[in-house]
Design a protein around this ligand. Structure first.
Ligand SMILES: Cc1cc2nc3c(=O)[nH]c(=O)nc-3n(C[C@H](O)[C@H](O)[C@H](O)COP(=O)(O)OP(=O)(O)OC[C@H]3O[C@@H](n4cnc5c(N)ncnc54)[C@H](O)[C@@H]3O)c2cc1C
Length: 407
């Protein structure tokens, strides 16, 4: 969303220091006769140059009407968008509560969980036990299943009424559909797919960290001038908030004018449950993952066999996915899924940082690698140095022969 209309160099103030030239990542500024000149064909209106200029020589013209719906000084509280499926809370809601609680405690404010559905009252108490100070519920038949239009208009109305300072949602299919719509409606910014969230001690701003430029750098983004500060968070990056049955909170039932749902542009006709032939890696308790050391698509059968006997999901490194040995949905790591199973068995995986960031919070890591110096061993709880083609089939056979194994 471009919020700026134009950037202009004020020639009378420009001293020709070149700071703006260095700050421009798009090579859109050059010096001519000791004055900065902008090439508007290259300029993306990112405004980095204005921030770099120490002489107020760069003027920014903002688009008319781009002001926050919620002003900076009235915004208070941390919100999470609780997700439900068939009126049952989804685990990502508890991960959001874990982080929201930390952020709210640092800011000295409340955590509010927003829950939409048609019969969700019974779930509200659980959100309080997991850390919410208050839960706002909205029940309506139209809200039984997630639909972008009714959900976004309802939450827009709630946000305008309660004015949250921060809104967090899961970077799930629902969160990725809902939150950008909401950010547009509230005229504010959004950082998608965050892997880290902190409060800046000095400014109190939300520091939103996410991989950028294809995962080569981690960018920390702030939303200085608009509220709420909004972020989606990768599933399984944060742990789930535990339950405290002594915790008290307030449940607010909001009635929303059903006229808001009139004339939708899309209608939900049917819900088709996803059919997974294998176990979803983000939900799995055990993952058996293969890397380039497995050698070929054909050889991946030994990984599949071990996974089958353990009732485990199959993970993979990017190298293996790039080779076409297994689909992308199995990729673990920075540009794949983040997983946190009870047991992660890494077979023929070297343990490069881009893979480790996606699996190193697994409870127990077992690594099988023929190189005793492989970096995967630095994060492994159990290190098996040897040839995976001997070890993996032997393990599968052993487990098959002891059907009552309790790994
Ligand atoms: C921007 C960016 C994003 C990336 N994102 C991801 C990502 O999301 N996920 C990811 O996984 N990678 C990612 N990568 C790639 C990452 O840097 C590594 O290249 C990749 O993880 C290596 O995969 P690997 O361990 O399968 O292969 P290798 O590094 O080639 O390791 C193979 C290992 O197998 C062992 N081995 C070989 N034969 C045997 C045997 N018979 N028995 C036992 N051990 C054996 C070897 O000793 C070696 O340690 C990314 C890279 C970049 C630049």
């Amino acid at each position: 969303m471009k919020v700026l209309k134009k950037i202009t160099i004020l020639k009378d103030k420009c001293v020709g220091c070149g700071l703006c030239v260095n700050s421009c990542a798009f090579n859109a500024i050059s010096m001519k006769s000791s004055k900065a000149v902008i090439d508007y064909d290259k300029c993306t209106l990112c405004a980095a140059c204005a921030g770099a200029c120490k002489f107020n020589a760069i003027e920014i013209e903002k688009k008319a009407g781009f002001s926050s719906v919620i002003s900076l000084n009235e915004a208070k509280g941390v919100w999470i968008m609780a997700e439900q499926k068939n009126n049952k809370l989804q685990p990502v809601s508890f991960e959001l509560l874990y982080k929201a609680r930390q952020l709210a405690d640092e800011l000295g404010t409340k955590v509010t969980a927003v829950l939409l559905g048609s019969n969700v009252k019974d779930e509200a108490q659980c959100l309080i036990w997991r850390g919410a100070d208050q839960v706002i519920i909205v029940e309506n038949a139209e809200l039984t299943h997630y639909q972008s239009e009714p959900y976004s208009v309802v939450i827009e109305e709630l946000a305008k009424k309660y004015k949250p300072e921060i809104i967090l949602a899961g970077a799930t299919t629902i969160g990725r559909s809902l939150i950008p719509r909401l950010a547009i409606k509230l005229n504010t910014g959004l950082t998608a797919d965050c892997t880290g969230l902190e409060i800046d001690k000095k400014s109190g701003l939300l520091l939103q960290t996410r991989p950028a430029f294809g995962g080569n750098i981690m960018a920390t983004i702030v939303c200085k001038n608009h509220r709420p500060q909004m972020a989606t968070v990768r599933h399984k990056v944060f742990q789930e908030a535990g339950e405290d049955h002594t915790k008290k909170g307030v449940i607010i039932e909001e009635n929303i004018d059903t006229a808001l749902f009139n004339s939708p542009r899309s209608i939900l006709k049917d819900i088709v449950e996803e059919i997974e032939e294998t176990i979803n890696i983000t939900e799995a308790d055990i993952i058996v993952a293969g890397g380039r050391g497995v050698g070929s698509e054909e050889n991946f059968k030994i990984i599949e066999e071990l996974a089958k006997v353990l009732n485990a999901a199959i993970g993979a490194t990017r190298s293996v996915v790039d080779e076409g040995w297994i689909p992308y949905s199995h990729q673990v790591g920075q540009t794949g899924r983040t997983v946190c199973p009870k047991i992660y068995i890494a077979c023929g995986i070297s343990g490069q940082i881009q893979h480790l960031v996606g699996m190193q919070s697994s409870k127990v890591i077992i690594a099988i690698n023929k190189d005793p110096h492989a970096p995967i061993f630095n994060v492994a709880n159990y290190r098996v140095v040897g040839d995976l083609f001997q070890i993996v089939p032997a393990l599968t056979k052993k487990l098959k022969n002891s059907p009552n194994h309790n790994i």
